[in-house]
Design a protein around this ligand. Sequence first.
Ligand code: FAD
Length: 404
Amino acid sequence: MVEKVHTLVIGGGQAGVATSAHLQKHGVPHLVLERDRIAERWRSWRWDSLVANGPAWHDRFPEAEFSDLDPDAFAPKEAVADYFVRFAKDRSLPIRTGVEVTKLEHQGDAYRAITSKGAIEAQNVVVATGPFQKPVIPTVITDPSITQLHSNSYRNPAALPEGAVLVVGAGSSGAQIAEELVRAGRKVFLSVGPHDRPPRRYRGQDFVWWLGRLGKWDMKAPTPGTEHITIAVSGAYGGHTMDFRRLAGLGVTLVGRAGAYRDGTLQIASDLQTNIANGDRNYLSVLDEADAYAKAHGLDLPEEPDARNLLPLPGCVTDPTRALDMQAEGIGTVIWATGFQLDFGWIDLDIFREDGRPRHQDGVTDLPGLYFMGLPWLSCRGSAFIWGAWKDAERLAGLIAARG
Ligand SMILES: Cc1cc2nc3c(=O)[nH]c(=O)nc-3n(C[C@H](O)[C@H](O)[C@H](O)COP(=O)(O)OP(=O)(O)OC[C@H]3O[C@@H](n4cnc5c(N)ncnc54)[C@H](O)[C@@H]3O)c2cc1C
């Protein structure tokens, strides 16, 4: 017997949960399939000490607050996962866990999902399997004596082999992991590529508030040329601006982008000063835009001229290393905080571009009844974030309900 549902949602992270909540509001019969547990990636794909990058008043669904958490605090990752589990339970959302979809294909005018527990047919399918699906590890270093792991497998400093650590990638994950390691007494090298680093707070408001006011969460697409620029923010230790000068002050050696590996030496690009300067420029531009906005809208917020005082550049930036002799530096571990790829190999539908990303407009594909949720920039910059998924889910659930 093939099970039939009106609408099938694949993936039970925040995007799947949000989609289910809005389908329920519209009275659309549906089923969510999750291969592990609800919000599994918040539990087992992230390091032990991770807290949300945004404060609890912001990084949540509009309908439910975090219980037992100051709205200005940053929710620990387990609390984030618990939040989604509780949210689903309170609403009796139809989420079936421990079921993996291994294939999605056409079935006449509808779709058939082959799952680890049998086949399911549906008129509508929402794919909500995450913005960050497959860790990217550049195969630069071939030395088997060096332990290499992706940031999604990093847990805590004690779980790493003894010795110095090279963290590659200075987005939020790489920068936060480097800081945790150096605070734990490790010798740390951090390979810094192009990045944005907005101020954590400015004139009494968190940067997520400012990004909202400045219309940056609602941006429809990245500014051309900035697609590969990562963002370095942190809610750790109560939340602070990710300032690479401060990290160097804690003892982290900053280096440029990692290049080729030969005879035990990692070549380092000559881009460190440029990357730091562009990061500073981004930081200062947010202050400028915030000041202009405050002035234009007559906001009564305390001025903060000290925010413009940058620390002096550390020696590792003014006289940067161009080659890392791994043995001489005692580097036994490399953590690749180098991001993720999409992996839709299990979807057997003609819907993908050459780069593996689905063709869609704000989550709506040109195959009737097929939708995507939670992808980076699905409809706007906020789409892969908690509250952004909520807004996309609201819109897509409305379209599915209207389809009948
Ligand atoms: C380190 C890190 C920190 C982040 N911090 C924040 C933050 O503070 N605030 C914020 O708003 N965003 C944050 N994000 C971004 C985003 O909120 C998370 O990536 C979030 O997990 C995305 O939710 P999702 O539901 O779209 O995808 P996921 O959480 O990836 O959920 C997808 C689910 O689909 C399941 N699945 C996948 N394939 C199948 C299949 N074939 N069959 C069945 N189930 C399947 C997976 O098991 C998973 O549970 C962070 C991301 C990272 C990587």
